[in-house]
Ligand binder design. Structure first.
Ligand code: G4F
Length: 324
């Protein structure tokens, strides 16, 4: 029988890669999309597969839309990817972030419990939940203490714990993927990789004469590719029991490294083109992330295929096409 998957947040970077991947595997793919006022851009990441996915409007805060979708579709798998996903912006709109990322997730869990308890449920948890906590070997893993340092991280931690509670209390097959930063050519332009690469291209081509305004260059992130990480999401739901897994590359780079490598690609020195602007700092910075993914490697055989350099090169080549 053809498997059915429902993806909340299907129009996002991960939603689009996951849709492609599940279609390749022969799934029927259903998506919930949140209405916004810019119709033209709303489904741009899905244009090439739009005739093959069944999308409907919905919102994690509109419980009736989730209930209806679950009752009608009865999906085998649900991927809850919908979220306010920008950490700095979560300081500007903390209540919306918590409503969507924490209570919105709870709405999904509760709807699964009542209307589709057989569904396997994936929750998009985040390395931002670790906050300023790191083990003595310089890694974060499933057992590392979680001490989030942003409204986004706090909201994600609520959903993470609540899913574990649903797993234990109601025997829902609910698994958390604790995903470290993951990027791609489909990354929105206000995340740091996309911002640096797009601006380095504009500067190198003389399209922009302005210096690139940046926040904290000294924070470290473990950056992987979204394509690799959606494969992990799927594998997590194929496991014989529900569990929580870190998904990461195990390597960390600073934002400064990202700037240096990107500008070097165009034979430019980033120091000549980057200016620090307090506007892009967060009230509290998460200084360092580096994930130990040995559990998912050993249990499910997943491993990343992209190196940091390959990821950045793919993003550069893809954005170069836009500025041709
Ligand atoms: O690209 P970022 O905005 O990603 P951030 O905050 O790490 O969050 C991403 O990864 C999380 C997983 O760890 C996800 F849960 C979350 O949804 C999102 O995908 O910033 C990366 C780093 C930060 O340390 C930030 O302070 O880059 C630093 N940074 C320095 N200047 C900047 C800038 N970030 C942005 N967005 N813009 C800047 O100008």
């Amino acid at each position: 029988m053809t498997k059915k998957a429902l993806i909340t947040g299907i129009t996002g970077q991960d939603g689009s890669y996951l849709s492609e991947y599940l279609l390749e595997l022969g799934y029927d793919v259903y998506g919930l999309i949140r209405r916004n006022s810019i119709t033209e851009h709303q489904q741009s990441r899905l244009e090439h597969i739009s005739s093959r996915v069944h999308n409907r409007y919905g919102d994690l805060l509109d419980v009736s839309t989730i209930d209806r979708a679950l009752k009608e579709i009865q999906p085998d798998e649900i991927y809850n990817l919908a979220a306010q996903s920008h950490v700095r912006i979560s300081y500007e709109i903390p209540q919306f972030t918590v409503q969507t990322n924490a209570l919105g997730a709870l709405n999904v869990f509760e709807s699964v419990r009542i209307h589709s308890p057989h569904s396997r449920l994936y929750q998009a948890s985040s390395s931002e939940m670790f906050g300023d906590s790191v083990d003595s070997d310089g890694k974060q893993r499933e057992t590392t203490r979680m001490t989030p340092v942003s409204p986004y991280g706090c909201a994600k931690l609520y959903a993470f714990n609540q899913l574990r509670n649903y797993r234990n209390a109601y025997h829902i097959f609910g698994s958390n993927g604790i995903l470290f930063n993951h990027e791609s050519p489909r990354r929105a332009s206000n995340f740091v990789t996309a911002k640096v690469i797009r601006n380095a291209i504009k500067i190198s081509k003389g399209i922009s004469k302005d210096k690139l305004q940046m926040g904290n260059l000294d924070s470290s992130r473990d950056w992987g590719h979204s394509y690799d990480y959606v494969r992990a999401m799927h594998q997590i739901l194929q496991h014989d029991c529900a569990d929580d897994f870190v998904v990461s590359t195990g390597e960390t780079r600073t934002v400064r490294d990202l700037c240096r490598i990107t500008f070097q690609y165009f034979n430019l020195n980033y120091e000549d083109h980057v200016e620090i602007n307090q506007k892009y700092f967060r009230p509290q910075e998460l200084p360092y992330l580096c994930g130990d993914c040995s559990k998912i490697k050993a249990t499910l055989g997943w491993k990343p295929t992209y190196t940091f350099e390959a990821l950045i090169e793919e993003m550069i080549l893809s954005y170069l096409e836009l500025y041709k």
